[in-house]
Design a protein around this ligand. Structure first.
Ligand code: GDP
Ligand code: ZN
Length: 378
């Protein structure tokens, strides 16, 4: 690899199940249109029909961090002929991409991207920022996926399944009553946010049903750790303006158990939202995974909310017990002072975390929540 970060020829390993392109003549067109290196053309012709185990080809791009981008390579594409957009949803091989001015395109993904992907099943994910080539007013071809941040994923059968990318924050919705507030559930969602490296905002809804003063101690505990807490009533509209300011220009994932008022809140924030949800899905043939796949809902104030049944329950529990304390912002400062490096902070003597609880430096309820979370049923 040359030292010029702008344009480098790099050797990229291709998946062994890479399929040669079906249509002849595309290779030359690719080269002319996209400026791929000549060697790429030669290479692709050479491999067609052969069953090599590993293949390499030279393409133009930069090495990228596979862990955050899902790609080993950041491709150089002809940016002048491409449009920038955001992937609102993915249905099988087709992605709904929205440009900044609100135009929507059904996009396929170019083969080269699929070949370079570290997980071919999920080359493109909801939330991705992409460069695509418009083929007509409604269809296009995704040429490049920009590096990702804030990836929410889960591991199933040993493979990482990306649910949504470029998430700025997780809005943890709970209700002050009906159903009763479960602080442990907040703690659990906070771990997800900490692990993904995204901001968490705690939203306590149905505040009209209680005396807000009763919640001050809880708000204090989270506030001290640096988490933002919003008190709202989707019923009366209380706190909705403040919440809107939090959502403005952000990609926000909503999490929270059923019945806490997520739909009601969203309708307060954006009354036309339901209509738009339908628009997105009617553009597409309904795939098997439509109900669990993430869908970005654009807000008229700018930004997106991601609200899907699959994400609501947030079955993203890939955290191992040993990691949990590190994701508890209040416990974290103490864990390096324990006598044993593999201290679980439960039964051990000479545990700095337990000392902190005994000294009143740590909130007892948070500590109990930690203990519950690291047990197998937690
Ligand atoms: P979701 O399952 O989280 O989407 O919850 P919904 O939005 O469907 O709301 C569940 C129930 O709570 C509905 O009957 C709503 O009318 C009610 N609800 C939602 N927000 C509030 C609120 O702020 N105050 C009160 N009293 N009820 C609310
Ligand atoms: Zn300890």
């Amino acid at each position: 690899m040359t030292s010029d970060p702008k344009k480098s020829k790099i050797r990229a390993k291709f998946r062994k199940n890479h399929q040669p392109r079906a249509r002849k003549g595309d290779l030359t067109r690719d080269y002319e249109e996209h400026g791929f290196d000549e060697e790429a053309t030669t290479y692709t012709e050479r491999i067609s029909g052969k069953g090599d185990l590993t293949r390499h080809k030279t393409i133009i791009g930069d090495h990228a961090d596979e862990n955050t981008s899902g790609f080993a390579v950041h491709l150089h594409v002809d940016e002048e002929h491409c449009l920038a957009g955001r992937v609102l949803s993915v249905h099988g091989l087709a992605s709904v991409v929205e440009t900044e001015d609100g135009q929507r395109f059904q996009c396929a993904t170019r083969q080269l991207l699929k070949s370079l992907s570290t997980d071919q099943r999920h080359v493109v994910a909801a939330g991705d920022r992409v460069l695509f080539r418009a083929e007509n007013e409604t269809e296009g071809l995704i040429e490049r996926i920009e590096p990702r941040h804030g990836v929410l994923s889960r591991t199933s059968k040993g493979r990482q399944h990306v649910i949504v990318t470029n998430v700025d924050q997780l809005l943890i919705v709970v209700s002050a009553a009906e159903p009763t507030l479960k602080p442990n559930l907040i703690d659990r969602f906070l771990i997800t946010a900490e692990k993904a490296g995204i901001r968490a905002v705690i939203c306590i809804n149905k505040i009209d049903l209680v005396d807000p003063a009763d919640f001050q101690p809880l708000i204090g505990v989270y506030g001290q750790m640096g988490y933002q807490v919003e008190l709202v009533s989707a019923e009366t509209g209380f706190g909705i303006e403040s919440l809107k300011q939090r959502l403005e220009g952000m990609e926000t994932v909503l999490a929270g158990q059923s019945g806490v008022g997520k739909s009601t809140i969203l309708n307060q924030v954006e009354p036309g939202l339901d209509l738009r949800v339908n628009e997105v899905s009617s553009d597409n043939q309904k795939g098997r995974h439509t109900t669990t796949a993430a869908v970005l809902l654009p807000l008229s104030i700018g930004g997106y909310v991601v609200d899907t049944p699959g994400i609501r329950q947030l079955e993203l529990w890939d955290v191992i017990p040993e990691e949990v304390a590190g994701y508890f912002r209040d416990l974290r400062p103490y864990i390096n002072h324990c006598r044993f490096p593999d201290c679980t902070h439960t039964h051990e003597t000479l545990c700095a975390v337990k000392d902190a609880v005994a000294d009143g430096l740590l909130d007892t309820r948070r500590y109990d929540s930690y203990c519950q979370l690291i047990t197998p049923e937690g």
